[in-house]
Design a protein around this ligand. Sequence first.
Ligand code: NAD
Length: 236
Amino acid sequence: MDPIHAAISILSTAQKIVTFSGAGLSAESGIPTFREAQTGYWARYDPAELASPGGFSQDPELVINWYNDRRSTIAQAQPNAAHRALAGRQDIVHVTQNIDHLLETAGAKSVLHLHGRIDSDRCNLSCGYAEPIDIADPPGLRNCPDCRAALRPSVVWFGEPLPQSTWDAAVQAVSTADVLLVVGTSGVVYPAASLVDLARSCGAAVVVVNTEPTRSIADVALIGPATELVPRLLTA
Ligand code: NAD
């Protein structure tokens, strides 16, 4: 059997499908992956350094300007055919590393954002203050109204722990899945990437969709764009 039909067969007989997505899912909506994002002005900076506690303490204004630039891009983006196909299956739990809202805009109800969301800011000192952000017109660097520390995006930076309750829910979903559908992630950011190994060790089949070969261990690895492959897999 060719890989696409093998994947369709695996997915069509599954009782419980869980997805695990990364930046490649939203790439065709015009939101660059970190590798693509290194263009123009931002080519001088390493995203992994900007998206870090050290980067923020060194130059908070630079980090906020970078996030606000990303917010403007995300504000203009629409869900693509892959988001719509995923959201069309209300029985699926979606675990995503993406900080955009495109799965929800497409209508998905069960989305676990392992790395937080870009449409919110929170206190950098974790006093508990958080507020929603209009990503089409985001405010600049400012202080927490409660404790006067700086406000920062409510996202998980490199080197920071994942939100415990979200992680627990993701582990629970993945460890009870028949199939983990992995879409558009390089599989190099940990601990998120360990969910693929967890799924396999718990007996799930792993189907990977990516434009390039990845490090994820897969039962079936499909090479191609998410907008082409995901609708074929889920609507067959
Ligand atoms: P990554 O940038 O490391 O990898 C993206 C992967 O997507 C690559 O393997 C690439 O080959 C693949 N890809 C690119 N275009 C694709 C397409 N059209 N169809 C299928 N696959 C495609 O991203 P990652 O694995 O998500 O991890 C890096 C970090 O980047 C995460 O922490 C994530 O939060 C952050 N990030 C998120 C967004 C977003 O929210 N949209 C954007 C950029 C980065």
